[in-house]
Design a protein around this ligand. Structure first.
Ligand code: ATP
Ligand code: MG
Length: 225
């Protein structure tokens, strides 16, 4: 029987899944500490697989919320994902050895300025809450004993209360500028968010000799930052 034909030779090195934007920018110095320089800038390049100066390391550029999926199934060995995304994903098949202390923000409940959130809770109002973070939000409100109707969105949560789609949102806040620009205010802190290094569980066992030194360097760079 003939060998199956493959278009490209299988890559036998380490594949790291990253998303464009702040995660890529904040991960760059950590990669540099490990002597890894990306061959292209994903902000400018249309390439989704980016080589590095190391033949045994490549990057794949995916949506932030897809990073855990690539790592879970071993399409990437390592990845960098926000805790917000990891909480929604659930973490199956992932080892989460390191808080990289990057892309820091807070997950908050926000409402239109002047809306008395505490009074609404006090009278047991059933709020409609729009969010991308259904799992985290439902755990948060359940823990408070609040019954809410969650509305799933994929982005621009700030728009929901302005258009009557919801009474409140659960979203990430850093400076609060986006909330203010949309006449919203944060009324409840759910949790602090930062990005984590994630590792495919099988890769961690089978490629430990290659992955562990990288992890040590990242850890050193995080502590030095
Ligand atoms: P996409 O744009 O592909 O839908 P996204 O909007 O989640 O995905 P980013 O906005 O780049 O992608 O956010 C990526 C990660 O950065 C988030 O998962 C979160 O952990 C973190 N993050 C998001 N917003 C902020 C913020 N305002 N400040 C700091 N970190 C943030
Ligand atoms: Mg975005």
């Amino acid at each position: 029987m003939s060998q199956p034909q493959t278009m490209t030779a299988p890559f036998t090195g380490i594949t790291i899944a990253l998303s464009k934007g702040r995660i890529f920018q904040d991960t760059r110095p950590l990669l540099a500490a490990a002597g890894i320089e990306p061959a292209a800038d994903p902000e400018c390049s249309r390439e989704l697989i980016i080589g590095t100066n190391r033949a045994d390391v490549r990057l794949v550029i995916v949506r932030a919320s897809d990073v855990p999926t690539y790592v879970q199934y071993g399409a990437a060995d390592l990845g960098v994902a926000g805790l917000d995304v990891l909480l929604e994903h659930g973490g199956d098949g992932l080892y989460q050895p390191l808080d990289l202390q990057i892309a820091k923000c807070r997950m908050m409940v926000a409402v239109p300025q002047g809306f008395d959130y505490q009074a609404a809770i006090g009278r047991g109002a059933r709020l409609r809450v729009a969010t991308k973070y259904i799992r985290t939000a439902s755990e948060h409100f359940a823990a408070k004993g609040m019954h809410v109707d969650l509305i799933k969105l994929y982005g621009s949560m700030e728009l929901a209360p302005l258009t009557g789609l919801g009474d409140a949102i659960v979203d990430l806040v850093s400076s609060g500028g986006t909330l203010r620009a949309n006449n919203l205010e944060a009324v409840e802190h759910i949790r602090d968010i930062s990005s984590r290094l994630i590792v495919n569980v099988a890769a961690w066992k089978l490629q430990r000799a290659r992955i562990a030194p990288l992890l040590d360097i990242f850890q050193g760079a995080v502590q030095a930052a």
